[in-house]
Design a protein around this ligand. Structure first.
Ligand code: LMR
Length: 389
């Protein structure tokens, strides 16, 4: 019966990992998947993560099941990190998930169960967003978010499109560090879009996957806090992959903000039920690490300091790249004002393939670059390769 299946092409973004690894050329550059790299090209394990693991290894007494909702202490600490004190007074339901993608999928399944038919996604967005929502059975509709040639956020276009959304539609927003554009919504933008979402009775789903890589841990959730103060209900998908460097541990959570404690409890039981019929229970190790770090002031301070160093490195590479590319494309100065790991360059697919074939510079066909993949020492040479296109 398996012969009824057609071979599927590999996920183009994830396939880059294998293509890059297989390239034997020295000096190859990986601007592909969104993974932080240091000046040596490695993706380090945070010191605080290592210490938390050491403590877990010594102190953990069981590997028994955690339950479909995961660890409530992890969830409480992560929610506190995501929203700060502002989130504490809200009626919240949280469920631990296998990474941020697992959180988005569980949110999508919940939307379907609630009878939501449509979700609005910005153009462009993370390619897996549309795939996840469609797989869950939602209709995907789009709003303009970013114009690549001029490197500008299309806020007016976004607002105009969302005026056409119907009550009960869901809207996806990125909390910060927009993937793939780095485009920033200002505090005024957040206030205006939050008002529109509340007025039109839309349900926001906020994807928070890069908190701490933009303006800083607290500043990166400012927009989310504005939104949560304006709307009665929301969903928030949180990933710990990047900011705790726990990529392969698949650590995340989905949170729902409801109008009452009773409604939040109903959401929680539905999320847990959806998890049970999908993967049953989330992986524990990454969540146990995050919980250990956030429950210890010294470990938290050390983790924050290391994250801040990473953020600073990416920001300084971003500035140098912007200045270099602006020598030929004035519009590229805009990259300096963007945030997070990504920018989306106005490249043709043929340019991307040429960079790969001739210079061993890897990025997806969209022209998205992971700035965190560049070492300082490589910036000038990489800029020259771009300028030579
Ligand atoms: C990315 O966009 O590169 C990351 O979020 C990794 C992924 O799962 O696609």
């Amino acid at each position: 019966m398996f012969d009824t299946l057609a071979r599927q092409s590999d996920d183009p973004l994830l396939a880059l990992i294998g293509l890059y690894r297989a390239d034997a050329r020295p000096g190859k550059v990986d601007l592909g998947v969104g993974v932080y790299r240091d000046e040596q090209g490695g993706t380090p394990i945070f010191r605080a993560v290592k210490e938390a693991e050491r403590r877990l290894l010594e102190g953990q007494t069981t590997k028994s099941y955690v339950g479909p909702e995961g660890d409530p202490v992890f969830l409480e600490r992560l929610w506190d990190l995501t929203t700060g004190p502002a989130g504490r007074s809200l009626a919240t339901a949280g469920v631990q998930t296998p990474g941020g993608s697992g959180a988005v999928r569980l949110a999508a399944d919940l939307l379907v169960r609630m009878g939501v038919k449509k979700i609005w996604l910005g153009v462009p967005t993370w390619p897996n967003h549309a795939a996840i929502f469609k797989a869950a059975g939602l209709e995907v509709v789009t709003y303009p978010f970013f114009d690549v040639p001029s490197q500008t956020v299309l806020f007016d276009g976004m607002m105009e499109a969302l005026q056409g959304a119907r009550a009960g539609d869901a809207v996806l927003l990125h909390a910060s560090c927009h993937n793939p554009t780095g485009g920033v919504l200002s505090p005024e933008h957040w206030a205006a879009v939050s008002k529109l979402i509340a007025e039109r009775s839309l349900l926001p789903l906020v994807d928070s996957a890069y908190q701490g890589f933009g303006k800083g841990l607290e500043a990166d959730s400012e927009g989310l806090r504005t939104l949560l103060a304006a709307v009665p209900e929301a969903l928030v998908a949180v990933s710990c992959s990047k900011n705790f460097g726990l990529y392969r541990e698949r650590t995340g959570a989905v949170f729902a903000i409801a109008a009452s404690k009773q409604a939040a409890d109903a959401v929680r039981t539905n999320l847990a039920g959806l998890a049970r019929t999908s993967y049953s229970m989330p992986p524990d190790h990454g969540a146990a690490i995050v919980s250990t770090i956030l429950g210890d002031a010294a470990l938290t301070a050390d983790w924050m300091a290391e994250l801040e160093t990473m953020r600073g490195r990416v920001a300084s590479i971003r500035e140098r790249l912007a200045a270099g590319l602006a020598r030929r494309w004035q519009v590229m100065t805009a990259i300096a004002g963007q945030e997070g790991m990504f920018s989306l360059l106005p490249l043709e697919e043929a340019d991307v393939m040429r960079l790969r074939a001739e210079h061993a510079i890897y990025m997806p066909a969209s022209g998205r670059i992971n700035i965190a993949g560049l070492k300082s020492a490589e910036v000038d040479a990489v800029v020259e390769k771009f300028l030579s296109l």
